[in-house]
Design a binder for this molecule. Structure first.
Ligand code: AHR
Length: 503
């Protein structure tokens, strides 16, 4: 058995935890919208055709902000197609995912659904096939009170009050060759800058997200961020990061250390943003919107799922429907640890995505909805990670990985909520073989008691929840936790994620 040591001191604060760190993403992709959140014929559908069981699960997941309507989808989207009388809405070719978009759900319906789940909208504008004018139009439609053509159109469509959307993404992954309207950093930056300035003429207080790289492995990574920030710095508030992880060639040792890559990615983007800030002599700090992150079996999508053929344009095909294992959930938990560790600079994030498509929630048409393994670390972290992130000191043994070099076996972060007096430690054991004993020095917290310990672990790291066995994997209590003399001792099974609350 190996051991690790963690020290927690409430005086050392990284920064406040923005609730927007627990955002997610709904794209018009596969069965995320149709048969996902919306299935009018379902026995549990409400008066708007939204599945009540899914609404309940989204609320339980604790999702703050939801990015919409894409993703790659947005780069060919005409927002006007999705508003007004349904019978008059066009069916369109959807080029990003090779589908047909029926446009039964658009901005107004999605806003209605968001009210039901209690989340905030983060809206992406199309800078792939469209530009400044369409961004201004959708902003006017969504956010203006009344008295103009488009605000009055929204009212005529049944929504008297504006949506007051605060966060807007200026396009999506414009560095990616797969993206409709893919462009160089310079031409994207000029368009994003013009769009941002124009949108601010309507509302100077909008929070605008410029596209960073679609992954830290893109050949243009770094140079893209620098060029885009140099051009847009004064006009925007956030730069986006996107990252997806999967076990490549069965390399679980590297996969379980994916958060090391996320840490490095964030640190590099922060360094570039602060470099641009320094050169400009600016007082303004650009933060990160990590608005796509998850485990995604992208190689399976490319090899198995992808729709193609000039005669094949299905509505809501079953694509990107990954079934998540215990190992995947531990990685999701560790990616949340990475995001929390950077709470001072990552002030918004979106788990990509929410329902059916690389999602914590799955549905069957006419059948049930269920929680994937990844649901659990997200729901618990969203519920417990309140207040501020603490800068912990961790002493852990290491192991070697092919992709990320030597990495710590244990990763951990702590959060503290002054309002409730609660401190929560989130910890993962990445070892595939060894149980780890961790000692957590909590003497600086004063007089506290153990309140809650929950773990995600299974002897079979490939175990998953499915339609047939929706509750195969869930949270477990961890009976090993002992608090004595200001020291918590906890056994961490191999490939496990744990949240421990003191208060
Ligand atoms: O989330 C799935 C896809 O991943 C998004 O549409 C795109 O932005 C990214 O490449």
């Amino acid at each position: 058995m190996i051991s690790a040591h963690l020290t927690i001191d409430p005086h050392f604060v990284v920064g406040p935890i923005n609730r927007r760190l627990f955002g997610s993403f709904v794209e018009h992709l596969g069965r995320a919208v149709y048969e996902g959140i919306y299935e009018p014929g379902h026995a549990d559908a409400d008066e708007h055709g939204f599945r009540r069981d899914v609404i309940e699960l989204v609320r339980e997941l604790g999702v703050s902000t939801i990015r919409y309507p894409g993703g790659n989808f947005v780069s060919g989207y005409r927002w006007e197609d999705g508003v007004g009388p349904r019978a008059e809405r066009p069916r369109r070719l959807e080029l990003a995912w090779h589908s047909t978009e029926p446009n039964e759900i658009g901005l107004d319906e999605f806003a209605t659904w968001l009210d039901k789940v209690g989340s905030e909208m983060m809206y992406a504008v199309n800078l792939g096939t469209r530009g400044v004018e369409e961004a201004l139009d959708v902003l006017e439609y969504a956010n203006l009170n009344s008295g103009t053509a488009l605000s009055d159109l929204r009212i005529a469509h049944g929504t008297p009050q504006p949506y007051n959307i605060r966060m807007w993404c200026l396009g999506n992954e414009m560095d990616g060759p797969w993206q409709l309207g893919h462009s160089t950093a310079q031409s994207y930056a000029e368009l994003a800058s013009k769009t941002a300035r124009a949108m601010r003429q309507i509302d100077p207080d909008l929070e605008l997200v410029v596209c960073g790289s679609s992954s830290g492995q893109m050949p243009t990574f770094g140079a893209w961020e620098r060029t885009v920030l140099e051009e847009t710095y004064d006009a925007i508030d956030y730069i986006s990061c996107h990252a997806y992880y999967e076990p490549l060639n069965g390399d679980f040792k590297s996969f379980l250390a994916s958060a090391v890559d996320m840490d490095r990615f964030i640190d590099k983007v922060v360094a570039i943003a602060d470099g641009v800030k320094a050169v400009r002599g600016s007082d303004k700090t650009i933060n990160i919107s990590f608005d796509e992150w998850n485990v995604w079996y992208l190689s399976r999508y490319r090899e198995v799922d992808r729709v193609s053929g000039v005669d094949s344009w299905p509505v809501a095909p079953r694509i990107c429907e990954d079934t998540y294992s215990v190992a995947d959930a531990v990685v999701v938990g560790s990616l949340l640890i990475s995001l929390l560790r950077h709470a001072d600079r990552v002030t918004a994030a979106s788990l990509a995505q929410l329902v059916n498509v690389i999602a914590p929630i799955m549905t069957e048409p006419g059948g049930p909805a269920w929680r994937q393994t990844t649901f659990y670390p997200f729901a618990v972290t969203s519920r417990l990670a309140r207040g501020v992130t603490l800068d912990v000191t961790l002493d852990s043994p290491s192991y070697d990985t092919d992709r990320f070099g030597s990495v710590p076996v244990i990763d951990a972060v702590a959060t503290r909520d002054e309002a409730t007096g609660q401190t929560t430690v989130f910890v993962v054991n990445r070892s595939m073989e060894e149980e780890v004993t961790i000692d957590i020095d909590v003497r600086q917290l004063g007089s506290v008691a153990l309140q809650e310990v929950q773990s995600l672990h299974d002897d079979d790291i490939h175990a998953a929840n499915t339609l047939e066995h929706p509750d195969r994997v869930g949270l477990r209590g961890n009976q090993s936790a002992i608090l004595a003399d200001g020291m918590v001792t906890l056994q961490l099974p191999p490939v496990s994620w744990t949240a421990l609350t003191l208060g």
